[in-house]
Design a protein around this ligand. Sequence first.
Ligand code: FRU
Length: 424
Amino acid sequence: MSEIHLKSPRGWINDPNGFIFFNGEYHLFYQHFPYAPRWGRMHWGHAVSSDLMNWKHLDIALFPTKTDDMDGCFSGSAIEKDGVMHLLYTGVRYDAPNPENTNCCLDDKFTAAQLHISSADGFSFDNFDDKTTVIPPINDTKIGDRTHTRDPKVWRGGDGNFYMVLGSTVDKKGRLLFYKSADLIHWEYVSFATAEGCGWMWECPDYFRVGGSDVLIFSPMGTQYGNQAVCTLVDFDEKTCSMKIGNKYQFLDYGLDLYAPQSTTDKDGRRIVVAWLRMPEPADNNTIGMFSIPRVCEVKDGHIFFHPHPDIQEKFTRKTTSPNGIYMVKASLSNGDELNIGGYIIRKEKGRIIADRSGVIRNNEELRNVFETPVLNGGADIEAYVDQNMIEVFINGGEYVITNTVYDLSDKVVGNVELYVMEE
Ligand code: FRU
């Protein structure tokens, strides 16, 4: 049976890392604590796929070995140079471990540095002899924070150099730090960018160009809705690494469970994004954490769209009337229309899509249960992908997306819908 989501193989997973199409395969790494279904001293888990749907989990790729990453290998990215896979990631060292759980630190105090490791084949990583600290901990508080500076995303610029963006904070305001390198090892700090009113620290920044537009994605901490991934159109000048960030943000996903997205280009050059889905408690197999399906990012009329990857979409060809397992729901909603997907409610009201997961959530006292999009541009064509523990609702070809973690879905779908499953 085909799958459509990467899910935790054991223990805990969070952010996608090092997403890359390399030597004919997709490699997707992830923040991983293998010993229990909770966050702890971070490793990089590793999975590969040829179709972006079925993921094969491999051995753990990165684990703490050096002083600078002795308490965790935090998020980062991959890039290919001369046929070799290079990973850049954040290493952390706790000021003091929590005596009751030494996998975590005390009082959120730790030091962060940026490290490099490479792999000729993309499968073997020498954690003992091939790690280099390429950006030491920041010690100038006017530039960034020694603790909260992390998640290097690297790309090759138009001038052939490599560029890196890091998420950071100064004076309780999130900011981006830009670095430049000719060889991925020697990095020079060039500039920073920031914006008002968007959280105190920016995690997992990602910058790319798509169809002539500059897109910035990041995951600010401490906004009105807690920690949420946002995206916005920006202006980036490569020569000076200056980035103009406006004040028009979209949520990457209006389900507010999705965090720390990371993009890469697929084998056909599309810009694709995967993200971590937060779960309030483990799945029935006692693992926790899963990723969205890869979404194609496009910009139309100043709006950023995220639609399902066509290779996944086109697999759902067989109509069915008995939904179970993984299936896709298609519908077209007018104001007042409602669907019930196994207990998960979607309705159109006053021009918006509202999703209500109150009936299919566990242990959710502190989370929201009802979500809504902004007012839509006209009708509401729905394409929802349903899997155990996750529903992804794409509205109007990705104008907005609502993704939620769910539990105990029933096999009943009510409403004016067409249901599809994958060909066997
Ligand atoms: C985002 C994040 C990153 C960090 C990683 C640690 O979820 O906090 O900023 O690198 O997770 O697991």
